[in-house]
Design a protein around this ligand. Sequence first.
Ligand SMILES: [Zn+2]
Length: 370
Amino acid sequence: MRVFADFESANIVRPRVEGSTIRFRAKSHGSPNPLWFYFRVDDLPDQRVTLVLENAAQCLGGLQSFAVVRPVVSLDNRNWQRVTCGAIDKSKGTFIFQHQFSNPSAFIAFSYPYGLNTLENYLAQLRKRKNTGVKVLARSPGGRPVYHITIGRSISASYNVWICARNHAGETPPSYVLEGLLNWSTSSREDYASWMRKNLWLNVIPMVDVDGVVEGAYGKRRPPADYGESWSDDSPYDSVRAILQAIEESSTKVPYSLFIDIHSPTPKDGHYCYAVEPEYSSKHYRRDLSRFCQILSHHAPQDSPFPPNSVRYLREGCQYTFHNQYLTYGVLALCLEISYHQTDSGDYVTPDSLRRFGASLGKAIVEFLR
Ligand SMILES: [Zn+2]
């Protein structure tokens, strides 16, 4: 077997092939904890292959978090399926999974990949839809495009909503949620969707750390600074300052109503959200938060649930995206954590269930605002 990581978003370090076993590590790119891995294997044998993630204990969430992890495999790098078994080895600090491949070449990843190429193919379709705008807001430090999508018209809208994703580059499930939300908001004939198109100005930044996405970094607390923890005027990233400026300008045109930053949690977690700690937020914010979460819980798909009372607090002393937006504008600002693997219903997420969750997020936004 031969292992390759010479394509977009690939990430692996020190692969070793021993018979029908591949031992590998997720590369950290300077993050305190690695997590994301993605690679291709050629010359696969006609038998079960064992894959060993050797630094699982150092990954975000720790070894126990890997108990529910079921990585994904693909023969064409487009259609993915989950492996059916996975186990942790406490004595060695490793995570082990197996798969019998039906092809001599296959792709293997921690969860469903979603790179810049995938986004650009999607945007080519999206920009053809009515009242939809796609532009390059800024360039990343690596010179890559940071896209800004708008749905609806600022001239006629009454509500201004901002949503962003991939502040942590390796957190791929949010990109499928965004596709679901954008498909629903531009194409659905449901009453809620047409209300959204008429009354909402939806602003979306689909990939904040686009360099990390392309380079295969997981990206949490990656030097020089965590993207999500540097939403301020002295951010080291021009692209973050450009996003903040775009939000500021937009808020003078249409009243700013809601901010959502979409992430993924540790490997073991289902969907939940982080919000501004009660000691720093107003009664009004806490009432809005509780109402929004109840509505989202009501609309979320049964196989991809957002449990009631799923608000958590970071309490790490850092100012995150949603702290910045709440403290600057007083809007309901929160961070949605979208599972990589098993949700609270016991079901594993799929690209389709994540897109359906995105549509339910759209319904929740409408019901919350109108
Ligand atoms: Zn994150």
